[in-house]
Design a protein around this ligand. Structure first.
Ligand code: HEM
Length: 200
């Protein structure tokens, strides 16, 4: 079953994942233009971009455990998924600076003081920048073992991203707790010895 799925996936080029990954953006644009984004369109856009970014970020973290536990091999899509996460979080940041703050830097600075969870989001984004910049074959070759070490920054980035998400809620919702538990589980799976490879 998994072998057949892997064989089918081999026919799906990573380029297709980039295209599929743009579908949520098309959906957000469609909702905005059709008036279905909600009573507060700025919040509607901002929140959806943040959520899609979080999905891709967490999606990238599921690839290794999926391979180890089920032998489902999505490794060649990992770069696309990571870059899509970066893309949506960058758009989420742009939505805040541009749509929410109207490019008024002084207002943005006072918003950061008023809503400290934004600082967590910005810190998470800052950690993702070197990862996005080195997500290419030349950097993998040039940095060698350092590349793997550098890309471990994704773990604190996800933690900060989730902390930012939970903190911006007045009361943590069941969805928030589910995200916290899912990300905690994904990170726990990274510790060696916690998961054994499947024999199938
Ligand atoms: C890894 C980085 C980040 C992740 C994973 C993330 C994720 C999220 C999520 C999931 C939400 C709530 C969406 C919802 O309730 O449906 C959110 C809200 C928000 N985020 Fe982020 N975010 C990140 C970085 C940033 C950055 C860099 C900024 C820019 C300052 C930012 C600004 C905001 C704002 C303004 C809100 C709305 C808060 C409110 O309505 O009070 N986020 N974010």
């Amino acid at each position: 079953m998994i072998a057949r799925l892997n064989a089918t996936l081999r026919r799906l080029p990573p380029g297709a994942v980039y295209l599929l990954g743009l579908l949520p953006l098309a959906w957000i644009v469609w909702l905005t233009l059709s008036g279905g984004i909600g009573v507060d369109p700025v919040k509607g856009i901002e929140h959806r971009l943040g959520k899609v970014g979080l999905w891709f970020l967490a999606g990238g973290l599921t690839i290794t455990p999926l391979l180890r536990l089920t032998r489902l091999n999505l490794i060649r899509y990992r770069r696309a998924i990571g870059l899509l996460a970066f893309f949506y979080i960058a758009l989420h940041l742009v939505a805040w600076v541009w749509l929410d703050m109207g490019l008024l830097w002084r207002q943005a600075a006072s918003d950061l003081v008023k809503r400290p969870y934004l600082v967590l989001g910005i810190s998470a984004f800052a950690l993702l920048i070197p990862l996005a910049l080195t997500s290419n074959d030349a950097s993998v070759r040039r940095l060698r073992a350092g590349w793997r070490r550098l890309h471990r920054l994704v773990y604190p980035a996800v933690l900060l991203g989730v902390a930012h998400y939970l903190w911006q809620m007045k009361v943590i919702s069941p969805e928030g707790w589910t995200w916290a538990a899912a990300v905690a589980a994904l990170l726990a799976l990274r510790f060696p010895g916690l998961i054994r490879p499947s024999r199938g």
